[in-house]
Design a protein around this ligand. Structure first.
Ligand code: ADP
Ligand code: MG
Ligand code: MG
Length: 241
């Protein structure tokens, strides 16, 4: 397993937010994390990139206890595109992607020729090579998301954590990002909102409600009409597969 959360509980300012979460991501799996606003998706993801330490339970990345890794090593192993306010203002695309080579610290270190090659390849993988000299803030929403994914790819980690990567994108660009992520073949845990999209693009899903993982498995296993009604309070959601 690339990532294992075993009975992970999380608190913010002493308030319990996530309760005993069990999550596993295997090699190359694209796993969706679903659930209504405020159910704890972002908080759970934060624990997996060590922005939040569990109050109980264990997180292992490639078999190693996350809290025992050095900050440099844990940053190297988990690449994240979060919803937090971007620190990317006033940087060019090339500079933003280069930050992926030094994920444990900011501002930028000097990058080597090898780093520059890795960054150029990362930009090509998200079809954004032509954007490299652009200012990050001048990009469209879809372009920004692709560049942030390129920054994550530049880390060369085997685990990608994405917090609502399709947020604020129109439907065409939402699907573009989902196809892109799926095509990467990197173990990915992504908080998503659209149940149909998650069912179509993800290998497996976890559904959260009230800080608990209430179901995990294939899209068909997780997104039963009864469960959707229970969690979202709506009766029928059109499924695409
Ligand atoms: P989701 O990502 O599923 O929408 P979050 O993980 O962001 O949910 O939030 C889960 C709960 O934790 C919510 O009740 C939210 O208000 C609370 N929470 C999240 N971040 C903070 C924070 N920095 N300070 C206080 N409460 C927070
Ligand atoms: Mg939210
Ligand atoms: Mg969130």
């Amino acid at each position: 397993m690339i990532l294992i959360l075993n009975g992970v509980s999380l608190q913010i300012d002493g308030r319990p937010i996530v309760h005993g979460a069990d999550v596993e991501i295997g090699p190359g799996e694209f796993v969706g994390l679903l659930g209504p606003n405020g159910c704890g998706k972002s908080t759970l993801l934060r624990s997996a990139y060590r922005a939040l330490r569990p109050s109980a339970g264990l997180i292992t990345v490639e078999g190693d206890d996350l809290v025992r890794l050095t900050p440099r090593e844990s940053a190297r192993r988990t690449a994240v595109v979060a919803q937090e306010a971007p620190a990317e203002l006033d940087f060019t695309v090339a500079e933003v992607v280069a930050m992926g080579r030094t994920p444990h610290k900011r501002p930028l270190d000097r990058t080597t020729a090898a780093d520059e090659l890795i960054c150029a390849q990362a930009l090509e993988r998200v079809a954004a090579g032509h954007l490299r000299e652009r200012g990050f803030t001048t990009l469209s929403g879809g372009e920004k998301q692709r560049v942030l994914i390129a920054r994550a790819l530049a880390q060369r980690s085997r685990l990608l954590l994405l917090d609502e990567p399709t947020n604020h994108l129109d439907i065409r660009h939402q699907l573009e990002i989902l196809r892109l992520v799926r095509g990467l073949g990197i173990s990915t845990l992504a908080a998503l909102h659209d149940l149909n999209q998650a069912a179509e693009y993800c290998d497996r899903l976890y559904l959260m409600d009230g800080g608990r993982i209430i179901a995990g498995g294939s899209p068909a296993e997780v997104l039963t009409p009864e469960r959707i009604a229970q969690v979202y309070g709506v009766r029928a959601v059109q499924r695409t597969q």
